[in-house]
Design a protein. Structure first.
Length: 530
């Protein structure tokens, strides 16, 4: 180890360049990194991300001998991911999307390494670089969809296992019922918080597994059904405990099993699978390993002797040119993002405290939002009210208005601020016909809220500077374009909710919401700027 350290040639210019890059990137991505570490990684599904940076550093350190032996050179080909990362920076900065900024930093890092150290270095540490996006959270809409599907699969399998043993079990949404009275509330998503961690473990084990490619692929792919199977096992065992000892013991077991024990059990299965795969075709395995060891030194020598491409060079002058271009582009990007104001604050046309509480047949009562939630949502004005008609049917109406959207202070998902234990399920778009309006109809997003068999119908949409949008990614793209062309990123989220009684048809709730939306949209036009 001491000899390896002594053989590393430390070039002062390289350290100075790395320091300059580090300072510029730290200031350019400061807000994004702060949000990643202190907000996103604190979410229950992403606490494992705190360990990913250490894993990346270990993977790079594990390749130290090859990195010391490889010849580095400057390459203009690295400008491809570098410029891609800078473009993503502006898309995330002006669109207010943290996820885009995370990937921007990833592309910039890859580009800088490629520009200054060449493709052979990228080829050596490719897996470490590929693991960096594992630190980034998935978009909310994707997280919700994947979690919902995995929950359904886990619950179906868990219930099937219990039914095989003759217990009278039925499934209702995310809950398991015993008989007509007793009900065991099983939040299947609790165990699935380790789903991503199990997949990452399978990926890392497959990377270090010295075997045929098909075995490594099989090991990784098996982690997906394994995570579901382990979670289903936890649900089935919880159901057994409930039938014998009651809800208290069952809930304590599920809380215990869905945590570290679930991950350790899955990891044990992966290690056993590795052992089984290792013993399959052992002769071919040894032959392949010996061949790889024999070809290794010759491959490195061939790599040392391969001719350079016209786009790459080991010339000191070219190294300085690449360094100047990289620092200049990043410096200009940082300066423009701090010095220029791309967003003008556009106040609401009217304050929402003037919003009428009498709309057609509907009479409303204003509600308030807790101060802690107000501090987290960053909107400039809002209204939340419960409207009721003469038949006693209710509609919850909510509008949050932002005079300017920036990263971290942009429109939140429609599920934000909902009562605890209600599960938000997005469905599909619906069209609402308007009367006496400039638009013949508007497209809204249709979703459901579910809780212990109860259901509520939700319509939501985003009025954006004369547009009606239904998806969060559309909001980000519109913010980016209008920040550049119109210096505006103001907008709003509109959400209406009505309970769906068990005694009524779904179409009745659909008609009720559509009628309310038809009457409220012309009034909203008086409050939200075009």
């Amino acid at each position: 180890m001491l000899k390896e350290i002594q053989n590393i040639r430390i070039k002062p210019l390289g350290w100075i360049t790395a320091g300059i890059y580090g300072i510029i990137l730290a200031f350019a991505y400061l807000h994004a990194l702060r949000n990643l570490i202190f907000v996103d990684w604190n979410r229950e599904n992403y606490t494992h991300c705190y360990f990913i940076p250490f894993l990346v550093m270990f993977l790079i350190w594990n390749k130290r001998q090859q990195l010391n032996a490889v010849r580095t050179y400057s390459s203009w080909m690295g400008l491809i991911p570098f410029i891609t990362g800078v473009s993503f920076f502006w898309l995330g900065e002006l669109g207010g999307a943290h996820v885009v900024l995370y990937f921007s930093l990833w592309f910039v890092i890859i580009g800088l390494i490629w520009m200054h150290m060449g493709w052979p270095t990228i080829r050596i540490i490719w897996f470490a670089l590929a693991m960096i996006p594992a630190m980034f959270p998935l978009p909310n809409f994707l997280t919700g969809y994947i979690s919902h599907q995995l929950q359904l699969i886990s619950l179906k399998l868990g219930v099937s296992v219990v039914q095989l043993f003759g217990l009278p079990v039925t499934r209702e949404g995310n809950y398991i019922e015993f008989g007509l009275i007793q009900m065991l509330a099983l939040e299947a998503g609790i165990g699935l918080r380790y789903f991503i961690l199990i997949m990452l473990s399978g990926l890392v084990l497959a990377y270090f597994f010295k075997a045929h490619t098909w075995k490594r692929i099989m090991l990784f792919l098996s982690s997906i059904p394994l995570a579901i199977a382990v979670n289903s096992l936890g649900i089935a065992l919880t159901a057994f405990f409930f039938s014998i000892w009651g809800a208290t013991v069952a809930e304590r077991f599920f809380d215990w099993f869905s945590g570290l024990m679930m991950f350790l059990l899955a990891l044990a299965f992966l290690l056993i699978e590795m052992l089984v795969l290792w013993r399959i075709c052992p002769a071919n395995k040894r032959k392949s390993s010996e061949g790889a060891q024999e070809k290794g030194p010759r491959g490195e020598e061939a790599q040392e002797r391969e001719p350079m491409h016209p786009c790459i060079t080991a010339s000191p002058r070219r190294r300085v040119s690449v360094c100047i271009v990289g620092i200049l582009v990043l410096g200009l990007t940082l300066g423009l993002s701090r010095a220029m104001e791309f967003r003008e604050k556009m106040p609401a046309a009217r304050l929402f405290n003037q919003f009428p509480m009498e709309i057609g047949e509907w009479t409303g009562t204003r509600q308030t939002v807790e101060q802690t939630l107000l501090n987290a949502l960053f909107f400039n004005d809002y209204i939340i009210a419960n409207y009721q008609n003469k038949q006693g049917k209710e509609i919850n109406f909510y509008v949050a208005y932002y005079d300017s959207q920036t990263k971290g202070e942009s429109i939140q998902p429609p599920s934000t601020g909902l009562p605890a234990r209600w599960t938000f399920r997005e469905s599909k778009n619906a069209k609402v016909i308007l009367i006496a309006h400039s638009l013949p109809s508007i497209e809204v997003n249709r979703a459901f809220l579910e809780k212990q068999g109860a259901k509520q119908l939700v319509y939501f949409w985003y009025p954006m500077r004369g547009r009606i949008l239904t998806e969060s990614y559309q909001v980000k793209l519109a913010n980016f374009w209008d920040a550049v062309t119109r210096q505006r990123t103001d907008g709003a989220l509109v959400r209406v909710i009505t309970p769906v009684d068990k005694s009524e048809r779904m179409i009745d709730a659909e008609v009720r919401l559509a009628c309310f939306v038809r009457e409220v949209v012309p009034i909203l036009d008086q409050f939200i700027p075009k």
